[in-house]
Design a protein. Structure first.
Lengths: 119, 112
């Protein structure tokens, strides 16, 4: 079965400090990978997604970057954190089911998340 | 219309009650839909997938109305453990790669 790991679980960082969050997936190969952020009381915002090693798509301009150095590893980084970077960061993986008629559906499975507080 | 819209609630119901949430979506081309459950300070977990007119899993029933572009989630015989936020999720994009758009969620509180 597939599992997804994220660390650290919680992080408190000062403004201006760097950030590195890591996500790894086990039990599958060539997954689609995603980074989301959920601010307090808000919905999930897609930050980055990746369909393969070295392939990163950014959804919104921001203070963050992502990398995928290995098939099942996804890293979220920042050189200098801002107060607005605080939130709950979630990594997810997916595969795509193809249905008869050419349609598809795309179930995503989330890691346990990292709760980041920037002070 | 927003891409995905949900009533934030909270819905306060007693144990044993039946409760239903609706979710409207704007992309008429969407073919599959999902309901996720999120407990406080935890990650969302997939509850149900809907890729035809509906789906049923025990006490949970999801129905899709493509003409009116809404999805509903019905919970029968509510349990205390059903208290959570329920996220409606709609894919966007082409068949080759789809991104999921998450609603902001409907909060359910089940009381004794």
């Amino acid at each position: 079965s597939q599992t997804i790991h994220q660390w650290p679980a919680t992080l408190v960082q000062p403004v201006g400090s760097p950030l590195s969050l890591e996500c790894t997936v086990e039990g599958t190969s060539n997954p689609n990978l995603y980074w989301y952020r959920q601010a307090a009381g808000r919905g999930l915002q897609l930050l980055f997604y990746s369909v393969g090693i070295g392939q990163i798509s950014s959804e919104v301009p921001q203070n963050l970057s992502a990398s995928r150095p290995q098939d099942r590893q996804f890293i979220l980084s920042s050189k200098k954190l801002l107060l607005s970077d605080s939130g709950f960061y979630l990594c997810a993986w997916s595969y795509v089911f193809l249905l008869a008629g050419g349609s598809s559906y795309n179930e995503q499975f989330f890691g346990p998340g990292t709760r980041l507080t920037v002070l | 219309r927003k891409e995905v819209e949900q009533d934030p609630g909270p819905f306060n119901v007693p144990e044993g009650a039946t409760v239903a949430f609706n979710c409207t979506y704007s992309n008429s081309a969407s073919q599959s839909f999902f309901w996720y459950r999120q407990d406080c300070r935890k990650e969302p977990k997939l509850l149900m997938s809907v890729y035809s007119s509906g789906n049923e899993d025990g006490r949970f029933t999801a129905q899709l109305n493509r003409a009116s572009q809404y999805i509903s989630l019905l919970i029968r015989d509510s349990k205390l453990s059903d208290s959570a936020t329920y996220l409606c999720v709609v894919p966007t994009g082409d068949t080759g790669f789809q991104k999921l758009v998450f609603g902001t969620g409907t909060r359910l509180l089940v009381s004794p």
